[in-house]
Structure formats: structure tokens, C-alpha cells
Design a protein around this ligand. Structure first.
Ligand SMILES: *Cc1c(COP(=O)(O)O)cnc(C)c1O
Length: 437
């Protein structure tokens, strides 16, 4: 009997769980046994996480970009319960189900028009693997197997599997650990910082030249549109994305946009690519797709890509996860999309952007702070030096806020349903942290 229940847990029970956790369970990017403590969450509702000792924390992270509606959301609970009454899961090979079709209808309608074909993956990392596989199979089918490399920019993050790692930032992604097994792709420098900055003509020239030099071997270009997430929380100007679209068109290369972090309104537009009014050939979705309830992702592509793959030797797309199109996740995803569209999400995100902007104004003057930036419902305080994760978390928790920094970056992407009071707490915590740097 583990004794997990709503509300509090006895200190002894919490200590027992934590002791087992420390010795036996890996956490993200963590040592085994654990080098740093974790905190036991027993429930979550709205924008609040409740810890075993009854402490409530305002969630500044949306569980890594996912819980855009907060927690314990009646509409999503109802969708999950309804679907449970029908079936939790069924294989997708040779079978289909209403939950998958209803979700695919929404995704095709909501994503940029040329994207018509949907592949359901079980995590963001797999969605990117599938995108890469689509691009490589496309060129193989077209009789151009030498087009098997990807062009990307430094500072990116696309997931943790080997195919994805090969397009992550080589330094952050620790390519040196795996250099003998990672595919060798073509890296441009990171796009210059600044969502509203004027584009740098020299950067654009270099990008065009790099693409031209490698065009004969390039299957695709892959980037995160407008916001580079876990690779550095960097915002860049739409002109760079437009340039990549032009370069892709000029050389017939496929443009893959990884919208796993940026999708579903986070940047103030429904899709990151909407800032630049460009459309990709392949798009990856994840994270907020199910409103943070269940693991599911999707890779969409155009008719051209799908037809290309179909015309080849294999004829089929060689991928098929066991839990592909999981009905429970699909039902919740449709409910999450409907809920998002039923609310004035744009106004919610704009309001959060305005509050983060005013709340953090002036923090960039602090000696330990290199930069402060806000875009949509994303706020970033970049330190001059890598931060002490433990110390930063302790300050945030003392302010009643949950934040999880990495490297030099202390950042927030709160649920869209956060109140002004929630955002004020979060910016107070960020200030306290910034002052401590
Ligand atoms: C989180 C993320 C991924 C990986 O998704 P997982 O669900 O963690 O596998 C890929 N690309 C981007 C841009 C992400 O933010």
C-alpha cells in the first residue's frame, strides 16, 4: 500500500517514497543514485501543485510546456472518462477508431493548409524521428538516396533519441559523448537573438551559402520556429524562418518545423510559423497536444511528401509504435483543442506576455543577469553564469512557485489560465532569483 492520496501524506510515508525514488528511479538528465533531491507532488489542480506536506506551489512550468489549461480540468477529465468507458487502447495496425479520426480532423483543419496527412506518435522525440524518416524516405523514393543529411541551426533541441540528438545543439546535446554513432548533419550558427530585431544580412548570406554548398546531399532543413526551447530559450526574428523557407524552395529541400514546444498558442500565435507566415512540408506537434494529460505527439506532412514516400520501393512509411493513436490520449487531445479554441487563448497569452514584461522590467540591470526576454507566455531570465539549480529552486519554492532552471536559464511558461496574481508571484520569484545571481 503506497498510501498516495489527495492532500497530505505522513512525513514518514513521504520519506519512504523519496528514499526508494532516490535509489531506484531515474529522473530527467539525472544521476543514479540521485545527486539532487526531488519533491513529492500528491495532487494538482488549476495552476497549483500540492506537495506531500501540503505546500501549494504555483506552477510556472506547465509541466514542460504541456499543461496549458492547468490541472484537473473538468473538460479533459470528462473526455478521458468518456473514452475509458469505450476503450483505453486498441492497436492501430489494421484498425482505426473515432478518437483518432476526430483528432486528425482537428489537426488537419487547424495546421497550415498544405499539411493534410497525420502520423500519430507516442512522444515528441518519436514525432521528430518520424519527420526525419519521412524526409529520408521521400528522397530515397525519388531515387536520390544521397540526399540524407539535414541542415539545422545551433542552439536547437529536438528530442533525446539518437536521430533527434544528431540535430540538437552539438554542445548542449553532448555530441562528443556519442560522436561515433550520431548521424553527421550540417549546422549553421544559431539565428541572431531578438524576435523583433532587424535581420542580419551577413547571417542570411551565410545561411544561403551553406545550404547551396550542401544542397545535393540535403533531405531537409529542421528547426524550431521562432523560439528555440530547451536548446537555449532563444527567440529569433521571423525573417530567418522565411529565409529558410526560401532556401528550401530554391533547392527543393523539405522544411521540417518542430512545433512541439511552440505549438498551440505558446508564442502568441497558434503556431510558431504563423509569425513568419510560412508553412512547412513536415510539422511536429507534441507537448500541449493533450493539454499535458497523456503522452502523444503527431507528425503532419503535405501531399507531396506522402505521395513521394508512396511512390518508392518501400511504398510504406516504416514506422508504427505500439501505442500509436492511443484512443485515451486522442480523446483528451481533441477535448484540449476544443477547450483552447473555445476560450480567448490569444487574449490570455497576450495578458501573460504583458504581465511578464512589466513584472520583469529592470531585472536585466542586475549584475548577475545577462538578458531578460519575453515572448507570448514565455519569460526568460538568462544569467551570466550557469545557475545552481538547487539554490534557484529553493528561492522559487520559498516564493510559492515551481520553476526548473537549466544551464544559465531561469524561465517560465505558465498555464494560459494563470491569473494576474499567479503571474505576479512568478515574476516576484524570478526577481528574487535574479537578485541572488
Ligand atoms: C520537448 C521537445 C521535444 C521532445 O519531446 P518529448 O515528448 O520530450 O520526447 C522535441 N522537440 C522540441 C522542440 C521539444 O521542445
Amino acid at each position: 500500500m503506497i498510501g498516495l492520496q489527495l492532500g497530505r501524506m505522513s512525513p514518514r510515508e513521504a520519506e519512504r517514497l523519496l528514499a526508494f525514488d532516490r535509489e531506484h528511479i531515474w529522473h530527467p538528465y539525472a544521476a543514479m543514485p540521485a545527486a539532487t533531491p526531488v519533491h513529492p507532488v500528491v495532487s494538482a489542480a488549476g495552476t497549483r501543485l500540492t506537495l506531500a506536506d501540503g505546500t501549494e506551489l504555483i506552477d510556472g512550468m506547465s509541466s514542460w510546456w504541456a499543461a496549458i489549461h492547468g490541472y484537473d480540468v473538468p473538460e479533459l477529465n470528462a473526455a478521458a472518462t468518456r473514452q475509458l468507458g469505450k476503450m483505453a487502447h486498441v492497436m492501430f495496425g489494421g484498425l482505426t477508431h473515432p478518437a483518432a479520426v476526430h483528432l486528425a480532423e482537428r489537426l488537419v483543419a487547424l495546421t497550415p493548409e498544405p499539411l493534410t496527412k497525420v502520423f500519430f506518435a507516442d512522444s515528441g522525440s518519436v514525432a521528430v524521428e518520424v519527420a526525419i524518416k519521412m524526409a529520408l524516405q521521400y528522397w530515397r523514393s525519388r531515387g536520390r538516396p544521397e540526399r540524407h543529411r539535414l541542415l539545422t541551426v545551433r542552439g536547437g533541441y529536438h528530442g533525446d533519441t539518437f536521430g533527434d540528438m544528431a540535430v540538437c545543439d552539438p554542445v548542449n546535446g553532448m555530441h562528443h559523448l556519442f560522436s561515433d554513432v550520431l548521424a553527421k548533419h550540417v549546422f549553421a550558427p544559431p539565428p541572431p537573438l531578438g524576435h523583433t530585431a532587424d535581420p542580419d544580412p551577413a547571417y542570411l548570406d551565410d545561411l544561403a551559402n551553406l545550404a547551396a554548398a550542401h544542397a545535393h546531399e540535403l533531405a531537409g532543413i529542421i528547426v524550431e520556429p521562432i523560439v528555440q526551447g530547451a536548446g537555449g530559450m532563444r527567440f529569433y526574428a521571423p525573417e530567418y524562418l522565411r529565409a529558410l523557407r526560401d532556401i528550401a524552395d530554391e533547392h527543393g529541400i523539405l522544411l521540417i518545423l518542430d512545433e512541439i514546444a511552440t505549438g498551440f498558442g505558446r508564442t502568441g500565435e497558434l503556431w510558431g510559423c504563423d509569425h513568419a507566415e510560412v508553412t512547412p512540408d513536415i510539422m511536429c506537434l507534441g507537448k500541449a497536444l493533450t493539454g499535458g494529460y497523456l503522452t502523444m505527439a503527431a507528425t503532419l506532412c503535405t501531399d507531396r511528401v506522402a505521395d513521394g514516400i508512396a511512390s518508392g520501393e518501400a511504398g510504406t512509411l516504416m514506422h508504427g509504435p505500439t501505442f500509436m493513436a492511443n484512443p485515451l490520449a486522442a480523446a483528451v487531445a481533441s477535448a484540449s483543442i476544443d477547450l483552447l479554441l473555445s476560450r480567448d487563448w490569444r487574449d490570455e497569452v497576450d495578458t501573460i506576455e504583458a504581465h511578464l514584461t512589466t513584472g520583469l522590467a529592470g531585472a536585466e540591470e542586475l549584475p548577475g543577469v545577462a538578458d531578460v526576454r519575453v515572448l507570448g507566455a514565455i519569460g526568460v531570465v538568462e544569467a551570466r553564469e550557469p545557475v545552481d539549480v538547487q539554490a534557484v529552486q529553493d528561492i522559487a519554492m520559498a516564493c510559492g512557485v515551481w520553476l526548473r532552471p537549466f544551464g544559465k536559464l531561469v524561465y517560465t511558461m505558465p498555464p494560459y489560465v494563470s491569473t494576474e496574481d499567479d503571474i505576479d508571484h512568478i515574476t516576484s520569484a524570478l526577481w528574487a532569483i535574479a537578485e541572488s545571481l
